[in-house]
Ligand binder design. Structure first.
Ligand code: GEK
Length: 241
């Protein structure tokens, strides 16, 4: 059972920038489940996408793995295929918990959990990579070089799943924001929690529009960019090399 997310329950004098620290890692499954519409469905579909795209003798990358939910979905999707999965996150609190989660999982493929920055690791001989709600935390100027590196590290026909919170250029922003805050309230978050978390995430989570993501993925070298999920202002794209 996951611990209940109470990180923003109490009124804070000064709201510090959001960080993936121990307090967040402790409650992360509950936090992401109640904060990202469709999160569980997206993770389980990544398992299905892995089943289709993973090639034996290659590597699969879970970039910004948190507690390893996506790595585990890929691990079960590929079954007995001879693949190595690399799960990487730069939060030590996440990585140490992720190692326990992976150790308790009964999937077959090797999963190496690495504490490091996804902008700095090599991506090699990959048939699949996932940036499941991670790119939004990477500084905007670093996004294109990262996507180029991923595309270059994928074998032909390899795929990247990119899931993100979106920004909208028009009135859709207000409509979807309103529905999104309804979603958070319906999941038990108070007005105070919603507003304090929103402040903490300013300048930390930087959403972009679907056209910005599409243009950047094509510039990075991907051949096809296929949006396959949207739940209010959250989406997931499949980019095929
Ligand atoms: C899931 N994918 O459950 N290098 C490495 N990790 C990073 C970096 C970076 N530069 N920037 C952020 N992170 C997961 C959920 S959460 C999404 C991903 C969310 C890590 C950060 O430490 C955090 O664990 C993760 O990216 C983002 O499918 O909380 O909305």
């Amino acid at each position: 059972m996951s611990n209940r997310d109470r990180v923003f329950t109490r009124q804070q004098e000064q709201i510090a920038a959001f960080a993936f620290d121990d307090a967040v890692a402790r409650v992360f499954p509950d936090m992401i489940q109640r904060s990202v519409p469709g999160y569980s469905m997206v993770v389980s579909m990544i398992g299905l996408i892995a089943e289709r795209y993973a090639q034996s003798g290659t590597q699969l990358y879970d970039l910004g793995s948190s507690l390893g939910a996506t790595a585990i979905a890929m691990r079960h999707g590929i079954g007995e295929r001879d693949c190595r999965i690399v799960a990487i996150d730069n939060s030590e609190a996440m990585v140490s918990r992720c190692r326990q989660v992976i150790a308790n999982d009964n999937g077959l493929a090797t999963v190496d959990v690495i504490c490091g920055d996804i902008r700095e690791i090599a991506i090699e001989n990959a048939s699949m990579a996932a940036l499941n709600f991670t790119l939004q935390f990477v500084p905007v100027d670093d996004r294109l070089p990262l996507l180029k590196k991923i595309c270059d590290g994928l074998c032909p026909g390899g795929a990247l799943v990119l899931s993100e919170k979106l920004a909208f250029p028009d009135a859709h922003q207000d409509i979807l924001d309103t529905l999104y805050y309804d979603y958070k309230r319906a999941n038990g978050y108070s007005e105070l929690e919603v507003s304090q978390k929103r402040t903490a995430l300013e300048n930390v989570l930087i959403p972009e529009t679907l056209s910005e993501h599409r243009a950047r993925l094509l510039e990075a070298g991907f051949t096809h960019v296929v949006p396959w999920y949207q739940g209010f202002n959250f989406c997931s794209l499949l980019a095929v090399r």
